[in-house]
Design a protein. Structure first.
Lengths: 82, 470
């Protein structure tokens, strides 16, 4: 059993196990609006590789993988003070 | 040792540090299996006012493989929650804790038990099971055995216990990690000193234990048991894990840490001493996060252990045959079998040449504690019982599972020194010293119990003088 599938077993029992989703965000300059599924708690954003387009959003006992190079670049720029 | 503070990262996270795993047949009920996983090493009994407890932010697991793939086919998960009854006191207890639900106990902790069979929906075995308080001392927990025993949870004949115990593991850490010295052999060491008895470094320390006793049929792939030790279906692989959320962030608003993301494995333990003594320091943290079926990545450290090369150097003239073996190219296929694949048929035989034991789980190299549930337990008063397990002629002990009495330090020292090489290379004759190695320690903590959960009651905070055994 892979690590992911093993943790998914536990996720079904609600004991703090993995539930990994992947989301592709389209780039856009329009101001974002909350969706019906928008979470209402703190979220940790993790960019493990600054050269990739991947962001990992850690929320509750889940992680959501987002691919958006533009967003990665904006965050890296902000982290650099620009 | 056997996995106390064995890797750089987990040494800084004791609440998630798995220290020992045991798997053995119940001594009197041979259709019952006992699995024990210890965590939180080297607890001083007097460690108040914030005494040791399981982590609410750690997911503890006992994993069982039963399909010869070194995968977790059955997982028992243990999830803890702690309450503070009175937030306005610094006290762990306000008075005598004379029962498990005593209102005098300020930090009651409960846990859920979840059983997951591969491919099926996880099920709760039990919820809100109480953890007994630690053994605070004569005034706070005056009848500790009765208090702790009342925390044993029985569910349809299965038994579970989670709480503080006396650590039954014994080892001379101070000597072994002082340039590989064994006090009983001090004079033969490169830096010679007078011989002396071993010193049990775990003496007077407690740990936190998760113990379970279940029928054999709960752990086999087909839900059935049998008494034939040569049937592969009777062999299970067991290992414990501890898991934490991927991210821990200090919340400046609440002034508390918050955990985010899915649980990821941070600690693992199957056979004793593997990560401690065999895996190089630079790989220990990675090993802790890996699955057993990824252990071929680490097989080189088993096939040619660093310690095997050090022994002839540290004890000049004592291991000439091992020294000669080291200069050859043959891998330690014996250690590979004992630790990573299990011992196949045809290796352990009786006087007539008949195979009497195997615990082979297939070719996948994986560090798992392998128990052949078809081998009946060896009675402790039997002349066949040996704390040296299979090496001592007792197939009821390590590496056929691991009993609380098994002297795994001596067994593995002897194995690494070459005592088990003839199992695969019959032409090899071990050095005389290989079969005599020991660190000279015994279990000097509380006596083991005759029945579940078998590990002795923890030393009390008031009663225990640091460095002593009571």
């Amino acid at each position: 059993m892979s690590e992911t599938s093993r943790r998914k077993f536990l996720a079904a029992a609600g004991v703090g196990a993995a539930s990994v989703g992947t989301v592709n965000l389209a780039a856009g300059s329009a101001e974002a609006k909350p969706s019906a599924k928008s979470v209402k708690e703190s979220v940790v954003v993790l960019i493990e590789d600054h050269k990739s387009s991947e962001l990992v959003l850690l929320v509750g006992d889940r992680e959501v993988v987002v691919h958006n190079r533009d967003l990665v670049t904006r965050i890296l720029n902000a982290a650099g003070g620009k | 040792m056997s996995s106390h503070r064995e890797a750089p990262e987990i040494a800084k996270d004791p609440v998630a540090d798995s220290t020992d795993v045991y798997a053995f047949m119940h001594p009197t009920q041979d259709d019952q299996v006992v699995l024990i996983a210890n965590f939180i090493p080297l607890q001083q009994a007097n460690g108040g006012p914030n005494f040791y407890e399981f982590g609410d932010d750690v997911l503890y697991e006992i994993n069982v493989s039963n399909t010869n793939k070194a995968e977790a086919d059955v997982i028992y998960s243990f999830n803890f929650r702690t309450q503070i009854r009175n937030p306005n006191t610094f006290l762990y207890n306000f008075g005598v804790i004379d029962k498990i639900d005593s209102p005098m106990f300020n930090r009651p902790q409960v846990y859920d038990i979840i059983r997951t069979v591969k491919g099926k929906t996880p099920t709760y075995v039990a919820q809100n099971v109480p953890v007994p308080p630690v053994n605070v001392g004569a005034r706070s927990t005056p009848n500790y055995p009765a208090l702790a025993n009342s925390a044993i949870k029985t569910v349809s004949g299965r038994k579970f216990f989670a709480g503080q115990r006396a650590d039954a593991f014994h080892v001379d850490l101070g000597s072994i990690f002082d340039l590989g010295a064994l006090r009983p052999f001090n004079e033969a060491h490169l830096i010679s000193m007078p011989q002396m008895n071993g010193v049990n470094a775990v003496q007077s320390y407690n740990c936190h234990t998760i113990a379970m006793q279940v029928p054999v049929s709960d752990l086999t792939a087909d839900g059935k048991g049998s008494s034939d030790p040569l049937e592969r279906r009777n062999v299970i692989g067991v290992w414990a894990t501890a898991n934490r959320a991927r991210v821990r962030v200090f919340n400046k608003r609440t002034k508390k840490f918050m955990n985010k993301g899915p649980a990821v494995q941070v600690s693992r333990l199957g056979n004793p001493l593997v990560n401690e003594v065999l895996i190089p320091m630079s790989q220990k943290d990675k090993w802790n996060a890996a699955e057993p079926n990824q252990d071929s990545d680490y097989a080189a450290a088993v096939n040619k252990p660093e310690l095997q090369g050090l022994l002839p150097f540290l004890y000049p003239g004592v291991f000439p045959k091992l020294d000669a073996f080291n200069k050859g190219t043959r891998p330690r296929a014996d250690l590979n079998a004992i630790l990573l694949t299990g011992i196949p048929e045809g290796v352990v035989k009786d006087g007539s040449g008949k195979t009497i034991f195997q615990n082979y789980t297939g070719p996948v190299e994986a560090d798992m504690l392998r128990l052949n549930m078809g081998v009946p337990p060896t009675a402790k008063n039997s002349p066949s019982f040996s704390i040296y397990g299979v090496v001592g002629g007792d197939i009821g002990g390590f590496p056929n599972g691991r009993r609380l009495e098994d002297d795994v330090v001596a067994i593995e020292l002897r194995a690494v020194a070459g005592a088990t090489i003839p199992l695969v290379y019959p032409d090899y004759v071990p050095d005389d010293a290989a079969g005599a190695l020991t660190d000279g320690t015994t279990n000097t903590n509380s006596d083991l119990l005759a029945d579940f959960p078998f590990l002795g009651h923890p030393g009390g905070g008031y009663e225990t003088v640091p460095g002593t055994a009571s």
